[in-house]
Design a protein around this ligand. Structure first.
Ligand code: 13P
Ligand code: SF4
Length: 358
């Protein structure tokens, strides 16, 4: 790619390559990607929608615009011979990096040796190696869309559930299921408190991870400011926000939920303003989309620095390098089966939960 190529030229070239590859190429993006990327994709979605979409794709090349764990999950669900690409391999998830496979394995082994029947439930924002450990111990993954249903699934299977790595999503989900604070215990990664009475009495053990974008940047004071400045304005946030923030607002849910709520509000026309607490690229896109109908306000302008690493020049570079396998994502063969099992358990459970009961 030449230096100083204009945005328009980059976009035109991306579109040209999309045309050339035709049905052999699918580009997917998470909702937190910038508009510059989203305009060039075949499908954008939340983590669950993206995972569900992969098995339906028959194209040979899947370019994933998001963070590393999402591309890894795509690899696990892809068909034989399909290739998955991520335009920047350094686009990790800061929360996913807070749980290392060897720590998860050590803690699960400790619990097993202590005779505690434990099922691990990993937020999909976790590495492939962590998913492999979770799979080996009979667990599954969940996303923010199905955390309630998956936590119920795990609770039905064990005395103890280890939820990782997002402490906040775990606590927000536990509250929706009516679990008391006494039934929950935040472990330390070193495992020194695992055998204390509070841990032993807990139904839910929580890993002390968090998303800096949501948990550090979105604070109760921001909610108070919005309430003061825009009285009566509904506030919705992502459940990666801390429980004190979630408790103060009018609702919490996945990025797909937040988009649907904005769409409903714009269609109803009863509300003039809606405040959303999640990554700023998504909130800003909704603000532009509904401008003149609904004022979509950010709780705070917080971005995800890793999602931002995927840029238009890098997307073009990836497309131009497909023939050479540039930016291809590969997964360790021996981790594949147990890691894939965690995703399959989630997708199967969601399918069954959706089926009407006789
Ligand atoms: P969603 O599954 O709600 O899109 O969330 C993914 C994510 O990384 C949020 O920070
Ligand atoms: Fe990870 Fe947070 Fe970025 Fe989502 S917003 S990808 S949880 S760091």
């Amino acid at each position: 790619m030449e230096k100083n190529t204009s945005r328009k030229d980059l976009s035109a070239r991306v579109e040209e390559l999309r045309r050339q590859y035709g049905s052999e190429l699918v580009i997917l993006a998470h909702h937190y990607q910038s508009d510059g990327i989203v305009q060039h994709v075949d499908f954008s979605g939340d983590s669950l929608e993206l995972a569900r979409r992969i098995p339906e794709i028959s194209a040979r090349h899947i370019v994933f615009c998001g963070v590393f764990f999402m591309a890894e999950s795509a690899c696990l669900l892809a068909r034989q011979g399909q290739k998955v690409y991520l335009p920047d391999h350094s686009a990790g998830c800061r929360m996913a990096n807070m749980a290392r496979a060897k720590d998860v394995e050590r803690i699960l082994s400790f619990l097993a040796d202590a005779g505690r029947k434990t099922v691990p439930l990993a937020y999909v924002n976790s590495s492939l190696a962590v998913k492999a450990v979770v799979g080996k111990f009979g667990g599954a993954v969940c996303t923010s869309s199905n955390a309630v249903s998956m936590m119920e699934w795990a609770m039905q299977r064990a005395d103890t559930v280890l939820f990782l790595p997002d402490q906040n999503l775990g606590q927000n989900t536990a509250k929706r299921l009516g679990l008391s604070e006494k039934q929950q215990f935040v472990i330390d990664i070193a495992g020194t408190t695992l055998d204390c009475p509070q841990s032993r009495d807990a139904r839910l053990l929580l890993w002390p991870g968090f998303c800096p974008t949501h948990a550090v940047n979105m604070l109760p004071s921001h909610v108070e400011n919005i309430r003061k400045k825009h009285p009566g304005c509904r506030i919705l946030v992502h459940p990666e926000c801390t429980p004190d923030v979630v408790d103060m607002v009018d609702g919490a849910g996945s990025t797909a939920f937040l988009i649907k709520e904005a769409e409903k509000a714009a269609q109803d026309g009863k509300e003039k303003k809606l405040c959303i607490g999640t990554e700023y690229h998504l909130v800003n896109r909704l603000a532009k989309r509904f401008s003149g109908t609904l004022d979509v306000l950010p709780l705070v302008k917080a971005t995800c620095p890793n999602m931002e690493k995927v840029t238009l020049p890098k997307l073009l570079d990836t497309l131009e390098g497909i023939a050479d396998g540039k930016n291809i994502v590969t997964v360790e063969e021996n981790l594949k089966a147990p890691a894939r099992e965690t995703l399959v358990r989630m997708l199967d459970h969601c399918r069954q939960a959706k089926r009407p009961r006789p």
